[in-house]
Design a protein around this ligand. Structure first.
Ligand SMILES: [Zn+2]
Length: 292
């Protein structure tokens, strides 16, 4: 159902642990370089291979969000030291996918891992082959706040969008939010239906969150370059409009093969060139909209 396009920046949205393992085996992690950029206030963004990493650095120490793949942990630690930071005290997972939580166990000696309760359930699933040290130690249902480096860092659960365990992490003074894979720049969203994701959930999450966020907030997406509220608003509007085209056809009695054959209007072509192509997106919207 999901087609993987290996050249894409989002290629690592790899869901099933089996796929995760085979991807990890194929990737030349030795060649990956970790780059860092200041976002605003206490917050920096690290990029390498996998989901974007957020780092809060200040008088209280280091808190990090997501950790890409296990073979990259030493390089990520070195990049944090380069910024002047020590070993992380807290590690937050925006969700369970291996390109965001794959290095958990390598940070667990110093960092308390915090995530939504469904993240713990999924990482603990024996089918995913993770070690106990990879598990979040503190979990929550709706959200939690961490008071660190002079600001409230607000974790907000985003139910049933990308998965059923996504969290947005809002640095309220630095004026930055890390969206995890609830927002990826440019392409169609990956709706991981096997992990409780859905199109309508993703759209509803954005509607509620956008109403809370200041207009000038800086946004770290799950994948892709730093972004802002105007870009994220335009993106979710495209998702909402394209999903409506699909659900309108469903309401008119069209089958999935009919809708796939019809396709989406040309204006959405550029969204289908990355990790999630148009057929995968249509299928995911169709499937998640047919099950209440
Ligand atoms: Zn993901």
């Amino acid at each position: 159902m999901i087609t993987r396009n290996t050249g894409s920046a989002c290629a690592a949205l790899l869901l099933a642990a089996t796929t995760f393992s085979s991807f990890a085996a194929e990737t030349d992690f030795d060649a990956v370089q970790i780059t860092a950029q200041k976002v605003a206030g206490n917050v920096h963004m690290l990029q390498g291979n996998g989901g974007n990493i957020g780092v809060s650095l200040g008088a209280d120490g280091v808190l990090m969000i997501d950790d890409q793949f296990a073979p990259l942990s030493d390089k990520i630690k070195a990049a944090i030291r380069q910024l002047g930071g020590e070993a992380p005290k807290f590690l937050l997972n925006t969700h369970w996918h291996g390109d965001h939580s794959g290095g958990n166990e390598n940070f667990a000696d110093t960092a308390t891992i915090i995530a939504h309760e469904n993240v713990r359930v999924r990482i603990a699933d024996p089918a995913n082959g993770r070690v106990p040290a990879a598990l979040p130690v503190i979990t929550y249902a709706d959200g939690i706040s961490i008071h660190f480096n002079g600001e409230e860092i607000r974790l907000i659960h985003l139910p049933h969008g990308h998965t059923d365990g996504d969290t947005a992490v809002w640095f309220t003074d630095s004026n930055v939010i890390h969206m995890g894979d609830e927002y990826v720049v440019g392409g169609f969203p990956f709706l991981d239906l096997d992990s409780g994701g859905s199109a309508q959930g993703l759209i509803e999450n954005h509607t509620q969150l956008l109403a809370l966020l200041p207009d000038d907030i800086r946004i770290i997406p799950g994948h892709g370059p730093l972004s802002n509220k105007a870009e994220m608003t335009a993106w979710i509007n495209s998702v909402r409009d394209s999903a409506k085209i699909i659900t309108d056809q469903m309401a008119a009695g069209k089958s999935l093969p009919d809708i796939l054959a019809q396709g989406l209007p040309e204006q959405y072509d550029s969204m289908g060139t990355g990790f999630i192509n148009e057929a995968a997106y249509i299928t995911a919207v169709y499937t998640s909209s047919s099950t209440p």
